[in-house]
Design a protein around this ligand. Structure first.
Ligand code: ADQ
Length: 468
């Protein structure tokens, strides 16, 4: 069997179960790497005065972890710059927040070149190389320049934007052309595959061939939808853990005679937190008979704090929650609580289980794993209700949720009322449909489908059929 080399901006080797930093994705990649006796390569998360290209190598649970430090200017231009101030907002439809700065583009290309040069000596002829996310689009081109002939795949975790948005990026064509140095380019949903193909047809005179192969720039690349999932089994086991039970009990004690509504998101403008709060405010105003029966808890750890648009959201959310609590609070009750910290995964599992409603309303989201974690953590005999934005990639797989437009406070308010008053039989029926998807299309299925397609085996065709 070939070795697998995973390349991602940050590297998260597995730790103990339930640790904060280890998400479902990290667990899945670690498992894939163990199976293929692989290497996980990326940035160490540290900066150094001058780039040296020196690799730090260590073994973690059977996986070789290889990291490299970056210079401060690399961090500013590549990570904080092109990745988080240009591609992230643009691909999430926020042209108003997108920075078009040539130095960011240059830094992005430079860091991809540096990563490729550092990784090159570790690559053996039969290795499969799997590159992750928008930070590393030019990685294959740089590796090809260094003579790498291996099969290289790319997976985009965030949405692929509509054609008219993509062309606002001055260097859009070069960025897309770089994707044609991969053998396989994977997206979260069929909608993003179509958006990519439409761009290529319109801007590069591309041709869509059989089985989603796309021809342009004199090359052909395989495209496909590979919806990422969670480790549903692991999550279900975590719900039974002591810490999960403790968190559950804590929340249950706190919500006697009340129903808990939960939101869990990184503090990011794409997650639609302000719109969610406005929807909740509308619900409180519209339902005087129900409002004292609920408590909404939003867990929102700060992220990307050095980018100004991220600092601003926190202030706006604080003001909004102050207004909502000021208007509706009573002596013994505040309707809304916002907590800006990380929790361990087992604590999150207990929190999800205690919540009668999972409120997941991003304005744009590649997939959204929180929606799937919420479903995985429910009690099959008395499950809560998932309210999900139509703009999350996961809405494609989870139509049994209450689907809403997050821009409409009225829709959020009505969905909350419906969820809080839904009869048990309907809750069970909806949850069963949701869980069947979350369990069937889990993170292992995602990993196997992508690696199978990259290795050129038949599982790819099954995966595409699943996703369409
Ligand atoms: P994210 O934008 O980070 O991921 P999401 O898919 O929801 O969004 O994953 C967030 C993860 O972080 C979840 O596993 C969640 O449990 C965890 N998390 C969130 N808040 C936490 C907290 N307070 N404490 C601890 N853990 C917390 C990107 C894309 C998504 C895509 C994923 C995977 O933006 O669309 O689903 O990658 O491809």
């Amino acid at each position: 069997m070939s070795r697998l080399i995973v390349v991602s901006n940050r590297v998260n080797p597995p730790g103990g179960k339930g640790e904060e930093s280890v998400g479902g994705l990290a667990m899945a990649l670690a498992a894939a790497l163990r199976e293929y006796s692989g290497i996980w390569f990326g940035w160490s998360g540290r900066t150094t005065p001058m780039f040296t290209g020196q690799l730090a190598m260590r073994r973690v649970e059977g996986v070789t972890v290889a990291t490299v430090d970056l210079e401060q200017s690399d961090y500013d231009e590549y990570y904080n710059g092109y990745a988080n101030k240009t591609l992230w907002p643009l691909f999430h439809y926020r042209v108003d927040l997108t920075a078009y700065d040539r130095t960011f583009d240059e830094g992005y290309q430079r860091v991809n070149r540096r990563f490729a040069e550092t990784l090159r000596p570790l690559i053996e002829p039969d290795d499969l190389i799997w590159v992750h996310d928008y930070h590393l689009i030019p990685m294959a081109r740089e590796l090809r320049r260094l003579g790498v002939k291996n099969r290289i795949g790319f997976f985009l975790h965030i949405p692929w934007p509509a054609h008219q948005l993509m062309v606002t990026l001055p260097s859009h064509k070069a960025l897309v052309e770089a994707l044609f140095d991969y053998d396989l380019v994977g997206f979260q949903t069929p909608e993003y595959v179509t958006a990519f193909q439409e761009y290529v047809a319109a801007e590069a005179g591309g041709e869509i061939l059989a089985e989603d192969r796309v021809k342009a720039f004199g090359r052909t690349v395989q495209t496909g939808a590979f919806p990422i999932g969670v480790d549903a089994q692991d999550f279900a086991e975590m719900v039974a853990s002591e810490r999960a039970a403790k968190t559950y009990d804590r929340m249950a004690a706190h919500t006697v005679f009340r129903k808990l509504i939960i939101g869990v998101d990184r503090l990011d403008y794409s997650k639609g937190l302000e719109e969610r709060f406005l929807g909740f405010e509308r619900f409180l105003a519209d339902n005087p008979d129900l409002r004292r029966q609920v408590l909404m808890v939003q867990v929102a750890p700060v992220s990307r704090e050095s980018v100004s648009s991220y600092q601003e959201i926190r202030g706006r959310l604080d003001a909004l929650s102050g207004r909502i609590n000021g208007e509706h609070a009573d002596l013994d009750w505040n309707p809304l609580r916002c907590v800006n910290r990380n929790y361990r995964r087992d604590e999150l599992a207990g929190l999800y289980r205690a919540a009668k409603v999972g409120l997941v309303t991003p304005l744009r989201d590649g997939m959204n794993l929180v929606a799937k974690e919420y479903v995985a953590a429910q009690d099959p005999k008395d499950p809560g209700v998932l309210i999900l934005s139509r703009f999350a990639g996961s809405a494609n797989q989870l139509p049994a949720a209450l689907i809403v437009n997050p821009n409409s406070p009225e829709e959020i308010s009505e969905a909350l009322k419906r969820a809080l008053t839904m009869p048990l039989a309907e809750r069970i029926e909806r949850w069963r449909a949701l869980f069947s998807n979350v369990q069937g299309e889990d993170v292992g299925a995602w990993r196997d489908a992508f690696v199978g397609a990259l290795a050129g085996d038949d599982r790819f065709h099954e995966a595409s059929a699943l996703a369409s």
